[in-house]
Each structure stands twice: as structure tokens, then as C-alpha cells.
Design a protein around this ligand. Sequence first.
Ligand SMILES: C[S@@+](CC[C@H](N)C(=O)[O-])C[C@H]1O[C@@H](n2cnc3c(N)ncnc32)[C@H](O)[C@@H]1O
Length: 278
Amino acid sequence: MRVDRALALSDQLDGLSETPKLDCELLLCHLLNKPRSYLYAWPDIELSQSQQQNYTQLLERRVAGEPVAHLIGRQGFWTLELEVSPDTLIPRPETELLVEWALQQFSDQPVRVADLGTGTGAIALALASERPGWQITATELHPGAVLLAQRNAERLGIHNVQILAGSWCAPLSGRYELILSNPPYIDSEHICLTQGDVRYEPRSALVAEQQGMADIIDIIHQAPNYLVKGGWLVFEHGYDQGGAVRAQLDTAGFQQCFTQLDLNGHERITGGCYASER
Ligand SMILES: C[S@@+](CC[C@H](N)C(=O)[O-])C[C@H]1O[C@@H](n2cnc3c(N)ncnc32)[C@H](O)[C@@H]1O
């Protein structure tokens, strides 16, 4: 089978994936170990017997619903290529908003930052890659995800991130100018859990009690013990949770509470500043 014929098989994903053509390109690039430009520069290259067989198998698994990121073991986030696994969430583009906010809020002066529930290490590693002078601590409860984030840091040669096992703030020591988190925030009954990539991601990375708010509330209660005076706590949350997160921050004594919208116009990140040191 030629490369162009292999790409044309993307019609099998019509109606099943939002990005059929891109999915096939990524699967082929993975098998050939080439960039996407190669597929269009050399459309008439013949796949070997084993490449063809592997491609057909991967395409079948994609048709059955498995995320492309799990099939190829990789996902782009910010400027980084991260290893992913079924142990945690596949990093999403919306989460880059947290990274952008942190980079804009703090200039190049060295700050201590914590990323709670780091998963693949996405937020912590993106920040570390942009700000080598920052000291970043990432915490994660799932042992498989801890190892995954550590492998990502090592493979990317990022040395200013420390990845610690444990629940939310428990592994932290000292005080931080900024605490960020993209915690589980989906209600256990939400319809989205039955659709798309999330079916293959662990519930421990997605679902929280109290209409998705339980982990956010836990973190809001813990964080003041680890923030410097004037330190910031900022969350990613569901599109309809901005008001609830602001109310929780407000009740806990946070000030200057704000929410920012994502590219789709949905409330996506909310944070506040803790003016005193607890
Ligand atoms: C929504 S995922 C976010 C992963 C990553 N930060 C990202 O943005 O791609 C939430 C992560 O929190 C972790 N997690 C869940 N409960 C936790 C807890 N009590 N303490 C630390 N991490 C936890 C999950 O294992 C998962 O990796």
C-alpha cells in the first residue's frame, strides 16, 4: 500500500473522529518515524508488509474509539512532545491557558511554583521549559503517573521540576508564589464520560464528588498553608464551574478573584490571591 492510499483510509473514521485525516497522518508518522511533511513530499512511497499490517491494526483500534495519543504513546502540549499512558489524562490544549496565565503574571524573576495533580507533567514541564530559573514542584497521587511525569522530565532534559508522590499539597514544603492545578472536575453522571477519548482515561483523573467540585474545594482549603503572602492559586475547571470556584475562593479568603475564558468563549480558569500568610 502507498502512503497516499493509506491516508485515504481516513474515510473509515468519518463520523467517528472529529479529525479523521489528522488521525491517520499521526498514525502513519508514528509508524514511519517521519514528520507530517514527509507524507506529502513522498505520497507514492510503498509501506513495507509489516508497516501496512501495523497501520491496519492501529486504524482498527482508532475506529473502535481508542485515542490517537494512546495508540502512538505521545501528545503535543505547549512546545513539548509528552509521553502519555492510560494512567492519567491526555493533556488538552485548553490547559495551555493556565501556562499562559502563569507566564504573563510572573516575569523572569525566580519564583516557586507548585502544580498539583501533574499527570504527564504537562503544566509543570511547559513552565519549566519557558522559565529555567523557576523552582517547580509537581505532585501526583497515581504511582503510574508519577513515573510517567518523571520519565517526561528526564527525556526532555528538564531539571528544574521535582515530581513528588502524594495527595495535593501534602508532599509540598515551604511556601510558593503560585499554586496551579487542573484537578479532576467532572461530575460522575456527566454524559461526556461516555463519549470520545475520555472513555479510555482513568476516572481518577476526571471525576470528582460534589458535582465535580470536591477536589477543587479540598485544594482551596489546603493551599493557604503553602502560599506566600500575596501568592496565587489558579485552577482549570469545567465550562460551567467558574462561578462556583470564585465563590469557594472568596469564602476561603482569597482576593482579586478572576476567571478567564478559553478560545471557545467558555469560563476555563479561575484564581485568586491570598493576601495574608496563614
Ligand atoms: C485532570 S488530570 C490533569 C493532569 C495534568 N495536570 C494535565 O493538565 O494534563 C488530574 C490529575 O490529578 C491526579 N490526582 C487525582 N487525585 C489526586 C490527589 N488527591 N492528589 C494528587 N493528584 C491527584 C490524577 O491522577 C490526574 O493525573
